[in-house]
Ligand binder design. Structure first.
Ligand code: ATP
Length: 286
């Protein structure tokens, strides 16, 4: 059996209450799940259920009040500042808002090289990697010289994904990464996440309020309700036979597409990849 890449055991997260003597407010109440290398785990739940808070706890951005977070066998529940910085190499994040996730005064090239230069990669190496990253997310190489304001929401989200990929992470926390995009752009960006995973083997924690999107993207699904995990398991099983009334309500609010049609789409995608690979080989041989 594959060892988990990330393990969350009985996680508790609290925010400080208001006022000097206020008790902390518990937001996440003992949540457990794990993510295997190369796997996508979907975390779904309504607004305010604590999804973002869980993502922030994994990234070390909010303190863990109870339980443990283990990454590649290491307990990272209470990392030092230095260790947390180092961990950003392995655990990255893509946020919802493509308009605030890039520094408006840096060129795309500078935004992408920043995490690499901070880790003492040479300028020449970093520039070569920028070309590669832009290609991976389907943007032209000359995008490196342009400013964020010159790009649409979908293109900016591609750039944010490229930035997350810059250091070859093992896990990306994707926090509602397509919620701010229109439907057709959503579909293309979701497709890009899938392609990147096939190519690099990166794992995702895919956070969304939309069960249909989570189902499309995830191998396993965790359903969060008021800070508790009410359902956790294989994506098809959770969505085909939801046990908890909350999951049943979610399913009604956001019907999951026919699983056979989904399987067909996955098969078509693989077939297309094979054809493209054959074409590349033939072009190389010619
Ligand atoms: N810094 C904070 N201090 C106090 N309470 C907070 C803080 N951040 C979030 N909360 C509260 O924690 C709860 C969970 O918020 P969280 O953002 O994790 O939920 P969510 O499921 O991601 O919702 P959404 O989809 O709306 O982002 C909410 O009630 C929110 O008001």
């Amino acid at each position: 059996m594959t060892e988990p890449l990330l393990k969350v055991d009985d996680l508790v997260v609290e925010y400080p209450g208001r006022g000097m003597r206020a008790k902390p407010i518990r937001i996440v109440h003992g949540v457990s799940f794990d993510i295997k290398p190369g796997e996508t785990v979907g975390l779904v739940g309504e607004s305010g259920s604590g999804k973002t808070t869980i993502g922030r706890a994994l990234l070390g951005l909010v303190p863990v009040a109870g339980g443990a977070v283990t990454f590649a066998g290491e307990d990272i529940s209470h990392p030092t500042k230095r260790r947390r910085r180092e961990l950003t190499r392995d655990i990255q994040v893509v946020y919802q808002d493509p308009y605030s996730s890039l520094n408006p005064s840096l060129t795309i090239g500078d935004s992408l090289t920043e995490p690499m230069i901070m880790r003492r990669t040479s300028k020449a190496e970093a520039n070569a990697r920028v070309k590669e990253l832009l290609d991976t997310v389907g943007l032209p190489a000359d995008a490196a010289h342009r400013m964020p304001r010159e790009f649409s929401g979908g293109q900016r989200q591609r750039i944010a994904i490229a930035r997350a990929l810059a250091l070859d992470p093992k896990l990306i926390v994707c926090d509602e990464p397509v919620s701010a995009l229109d439907l057709s752009t959503q579909a293309r960006v979701l497709e890009l996440f899938l392609e990147i995973q096939e190519r690099t083997g990166v794992a995702y924690l895919f956070i969304s309020h939309d069960l249909a999107v989570v189902r499309e993207m995830s191998h396993r699904v965790a359903v969060l309700y008021r800070g508790e995990l009410v359902e956790w398991g294989d994506g098809d099983t959770v969505t085909a036979t939801p046990q908890h009334p909350y999951t049943q309500r979610l399913l009604l609010a956001s019907p999951v597409p026919d699983p056979l049609a989904q399987q067909q789409r996955r098969a078509d995608r693989l077939r297309l990849k094979e054809i493209q690979a054959q074409q590349r080989e033939q072009a190389g041989a010619a």
